[in-house]
Design a protein around this ligand. Structure first.
Ligand code: TYD
Length: 404
């Protein structure tokens, strides 16, 4: 598939090579049928939009076996509780019953916060059947669909009446941004807000966290790109707040043009982004060089431990790990296994490089000499949980320079 919003305008930056679907953890019997695509990224200078050039069909990614459960991290549970409280505070001004929609509500981790509140009429939209069922079983009002303009026109109760549409780590997954924004525009009340948070391009460029790029992350946004896209649909960015989640994210607040006061953050981050040259192609040529250096550095580091006879494992079978492992061609000859907490991943194999996934409860018992931290964005939570590892002489490493 290709992006619709910037067809023909995307300038090629680099290819990360042949890539499998990031979240398709598989059994041995499925190795022969595994799907791959060429993971190349490009930049649309008109929209300041960083994006995948080709990507798989969403139906192949968000199916009945989708392996990502939002509720697996304690930090994320708290994060979503705070996010919900922020929305409730923003909405306090109006005393009417509020209509709220979550696009991509996953297992209901955030929507749950609105379920008990009689001031809200909520709706979750979730395309992956297995995670939709988890949300549904908690009596949340959810539908098992992909969000689209067409779907928005069937939601009569919400058309032009929705106070808040929010999404967390979802908008960058939606290939047809034009259709998405038309749907948003169709649902938002006059003073409604579209609030979404996504891994932030500014941070990815700064720390070379190229592992934020994988099939599901079609776009990496900045304020500049969100403003340019919003303006095509009579919308504008009115606030933005950085988040610590996913290794550096941004929460964007978008409303109808002229309906809201613009926060000073918007001006501040526009200036920061222009200073970082996030609107210029040359920045991404540098990014390409940084990715290549990062790859070289990680391979050398792993080989140096291997030469000393050390055992090496991975920690947290994140989607991000699929990009690192396949780009750097790190297989089971270098890494014995990856420890993880997700039942859907345990005892399966990692996409592409086929490294076994092992239950994290064996981590301290196995005690690998060196651990490559794929869940680097959960560093504090993981280091706290596994504090005995380092105490017993274990070594943490990361593909991100100076992280540890
Ligand atoms: P996340 O960064 O959300 O992954 P992604 O790159 O897919 O967005 O991390 C989720 C994965 O990390 C999930 O497979 C569970 C694993 N994990 C652990 O194994 N232990 C932990 O303590 C945490 C927080 C996550």
């Amino acid at each position: 598939m290709q992006s619709t919003i910037s067809k023909n305008n995307t300038k090629f930056i680099m290819s990360f090579g042949k890539m499998p679907l990031a979240n398709k953890f598989l059994d041995k019997k499925d190795f022969a049928n595994e799907k791959f695509y060429d993971m190349s990224v490009g930049f649309d200078e008109n929209l300041s939009l960083f994006q995948l050039i080709n990507f798989p069909e969403p139906e192949d990614m968000f199916d009945e076996n989708y392996a990502f459960l939002s509720g697996t991290s304690e930090f994320m549970k708290l994060h979503f509780e705070k996010f919900a409280n922020q929305i409730k505070n923003l909405m306090k001004k109006s005393n009417r019953n509020k209509k709220i929609i979550e696009i991509g509500c996953n297992d209901g981790i955030m929507l749950r916060n609105f379920y008990d509140d009689k001031n809200y009429v909520h709706l979750g939209i979730e395309p992956s059947k297995n995670v939709y069922k988890i949300a549904k079983n908690q009596n949340l009002n959810v539908i098992n669909e992909f969000f689209s303009k067409q779907l928005s026109s069937q939601l009569r109760e919400f058309e032009k009446k929705t106070d808040v549409i929010y999404a967390a780590n979802v908008i960058c997954h939606i290939p047809d941004l034009k259709d998405l924004f038309l749907g948003i525009e169709n649902l938002l009340a006059k003073d409604g807000l579209f609030i979404f948070e996504e891994p932030y391009l500014g941070e990815v460029a700064k720390i070379t966290s190229y592992d934020q790029i994988y099939d599901e992350h079609i776009y990496l946004f900045s304020l500049l790109s969100v403003e340019k896209i919003s303006s095509l649909f009579g919308l504008q960015i009115i606030d933005a707040i950085p988040q610590l989640t996913h290794g550096g994210s941004m929460r964007y607040f978008v409303g109808r043009k002229g309906q809201h006061e613009i926060s000073s953050n918007v001006k501040k981050f526009f200036a920061i982004e222009l200073n970082q040259k996030l609107d210029q192609f040359e920045t991404y040529v540098k990014f390409k060089n940084n990715c290549e250096n990062s790859k070289e550095r990680l391979i050398e580091l792993i080989h140096s431990y291997k030469k000393k006879g050390k055992s090496i494992s991975g920690y947290a079978a994140t989607s991000k790990s699929t990009t690192i492992l396949n780009y750097c061609k790190i297989g089971q000859d270098l890494i014995d296994c990856i420890y993880d907490t997700t039942p859907l991943k345990i005892n399966k194999f990692s996409p592409g490089m086929h490294i076994p996934i092992k239950d994290h409860k064996y981590f301290l018992k196995d005690n690998p000499d060196v651990s490559l931290l794929f869940g680097w964005n959960h560093k504090n939570e993981i280091f706290k949980k596994e504090h005995l590892y380092k105490k017993n002489g274990g070594i943490w490493i990361s593909h991100i320079e100076d992280l540890i």
